[in-house]
Design a protein around this ligand. Structure first.
Ligand SMILES: Cc1ncc(C[n+]2csc(CCOP(=O)(O)OP(=O)(O)O)c2C)c(N)n1
Length: 302
């Protein structure tokens, strides 16, 4: 198990990373407003606070890799090459959505990127995709995003077992935000994710920083190792800044204050010249996309 907390790196974000993080942030903020205004049907789970995780990994994942996302997948989708308007159209049930506008927030598809909300289901499927990549021999991998609460699903361990046994190119990305819906991790996880991975002989790296340019040099060799058959678990220690879904946040004020203080969006500006400029530009970009998508006809079942 490695603890990869680093504090000596330069402060500045890469501009491309910052733009993408801001785009995801402003999208997620607007989705809560759209829901409140009755313009978003069904449900949605935002990744507020966690945007930097897929942004860190994005340049390391190839278009021919398989990416499996979960219920909190908007940031994953955008970071792994999904289009903003097709995401919005899917969430808002309009024409041109990533899954025809009838799947909604949890059913996104772009190339070899797919999301589904059933916890734990994706790990065995990702292990199967990793087996395919192993057979194909082109250095591809399967990357799967899960939350800490999902480690309560037995399928996680079946997949880890086979990944280790067969040396599968499987990258498990854990966004450990310390809570599963309303249950704090301490109330649902005995031991630790690191020790559980270790029990199968699967490499585990814990990541405490929240800046892509600091994290990327740490995860790059791990991803390269996965491509050559050393499966790995990357555990990002992160925060869920928003509610679980729409208005369902049961955390007390003290905990919410701790979480907000750790949010990259609030704690970032020191030494970042372009922060406000990039934030405003991305907010505007998201606003334009929403206006355009809302003007489209509703998606139809065919
Ligand atoms: C098999 C299954 N059981 C229950 C749910 C309902 N559910 C959706 S998200 C969630 C909590 C997930 O927690 P975690 O894995 O920590 O991810 P987070 O929401 O914190 O990102 C639950 C219980 C589900 N989607 N799938």
């Amino acid at each position: 198990m490695t603890n990869a907390a680093t504090t000596r790196a330069p402060k500045r974000h890469d501009l491309g990373d910052l733009r993408l993080m801001m785009r995801i942030r402003h999208l997620e903020l607007r989705l809560h407003e759209l829901y409140a205004d009755g313009l978003l049907g069904g449900t949605t789970h935002t990744c507020l606070g966690q945007e930097y995780v897929p942004v860190t990994l994005a340049p390391l994942i190839r278009r021919d890799d398989d990416v499996f996302s979960n219920h909190r997948g908007h940031g994953h989708f955008l970071a792994h090459g999904g289009d903003l308007r097709s995401l919005l159209a899917e969430i808002l049930g309009r024409e041109g959505g990533a899954s025809g506008g009838v799947g909604g927030s949890q059913h996104l598809r772009a190339g070899r990127f797919r999301s589904l909300g059933v916890q734990g289901q994706s790990l065995p499927v990702a292990a199967g995709a990793a087996l395919h990549h192993q057979h194909a021999g082109a250095g591809g991998l399967a990357c799967v995003y899960v939350g800490d609460g999902t480690w309560g699903e037995g399928a996680v361990y079946e997949a880890l077992n086979l990944a280790a046994l067969w040396s599968l190119p499987l990258l498990v990305v854990v966004e450990n935000n310390g809570i599963a819906q309303t249950t704090p991790s301490a109330a649902h996880t005995a031991g630790s994710i690191g020790r559980r991975a270790e029990a199968f002989g699967v490499r585990h790296v814990r990541l405490d920083d929240m800046r892509p340019h600091v994290l990327r040099p740490v995860v790059t060799p791990v991803v390269a190792g996965v491509r050559s058959g050393t499966p790995a678990v990357l555990e990002f220690r992160t925060v869920r800044v928003g509610p679980h879904s729409k208005g369902d946040d049961t955390r007390g004020e003290a905990e919410l204050q701790r979480v907000r203080a750790a949010d990259w969006f609030r704690s970032g500006p020191a030494g970042e010249r372009e922060w406000d400029e990039v934030s405003d530009a991305e907010a505007e970009r998201v606003g334009r996309a929403i206006a355009e998508v809302l003007a489209r006809p509703e998606a139809r079942w065919s």
